[in-house]
Ligand binder design. Structure first.
Ligand SMILES: [Zn+2]
Length: 252
């Protein structure tokens, strides 16, 4: 068979492989996102408890500041009480002490509640933490394995790309250009096998003379209808396995 035609068939096989590689390459990232999302869902209860705990701790700090403020007010108005000059000032001081004391009592009650919340949430976080750590370790291991697999896979893909570059360099310019143009037009499928005297891609019957030449492997012919480059395999009605096509190019 024409050497360029063998190379073109091998090129098509390689391009199919590379197209499948693109899908596979995307799957690594998809898998990593899935692992992370699953982990986030599994730790949702823990995350909620941890967030609630942080909020409760912030609330306690605010309440303690408020308490100090109202306690200072009680002290101030109590001191004022010693210096009143008439009944009106006395009543005002008593009323303000009363108000401040109520605020102190409210703050103290809220602080007690918040401290109880914190104790409860700390216990919940502590109870869930070992599980989370174990799960995180598992997820990290799965992510690392994924990254290793991806690196190994990408190295394989690079080998295929390298092989493609070698094929390109051996192929005559005119057929490489032709292949590239048709592949672009035909969704990456520039080659079509001839089966039962017809182009297997578009089903157009070949002219008898063209059919004969294609069968004998004389010259390179394209389909009149779809423009694909035609080839014939006597022993099979499907594309040959890549190893074979690659082997055909290896000894040229
Ligand atoms: Zn065709």
């Amino acid at each position: 068979m024409n050497q360029d035609l063998e190379l073109l068939i091998a090129l098509q096989e390689t391009d199919q492989q590379l197209a499948e590689c693109q899908t596979r390459t995307r799957q690594f990232a998809t898998e990593r996102a899935r692992l992370e999302t699953e982990f986030q869902a599994q730790i949702a209860a823990y995350t909620t408890a941890q967030n609630d705990l942080d909020a409760a701790r912030r609330r306690l700090r605010d309440l303690e500041l408020e308490l100090a403020h109202f306690q200072a007010q009680v002290a101030k108005y109590t001191a004022d009480l010693q210096r009143v000059r008439n009944q009106r000032e006395y009543e005002t001081a008593i009323r303000e002490i009363d108000t401040a004391k109520k605020a102190v009592a409210q703050c103290e009650s809220k602080i007690t509640e918040t401290r109880a919340d914190i104790t409860r949430l700390e216990a919940e976080v502590a109870a869930r933490a070992p599980d989370i750590e174990k799960r995180r370790t598992e997820v990290d291991a799965a992510l690392a394995a994924n990254a290793r697999d991806e690196a190994a896979y990408l190295a394989e893909v690079e080998t295929i790309r390298q092989r493609r570059r070698e094929m390109e360099s051996k192929l005559s310019k005119v057929w490489l250009t032709n292949y590239t143009r048709v592949a672009k037009l035909r969704g990456g499928q520039a080659m079509a096998q001839v089966v039962n005297g017809a182009c297997s891609a578009c089903r157009m019957r070949l002219r008898p003379q063209v059919h004969s030449l294609v069968r004998q492997g004389i010259g390179i012919h394209t389909c009149d209808s779809c423009g694909r480059i035609l080839f014939y395999r006597p022993e099979t009605s499907t594309l040959p396995p890549l190893e074979k096509a690659a082997a055909a190019t290896a000894d040229t």
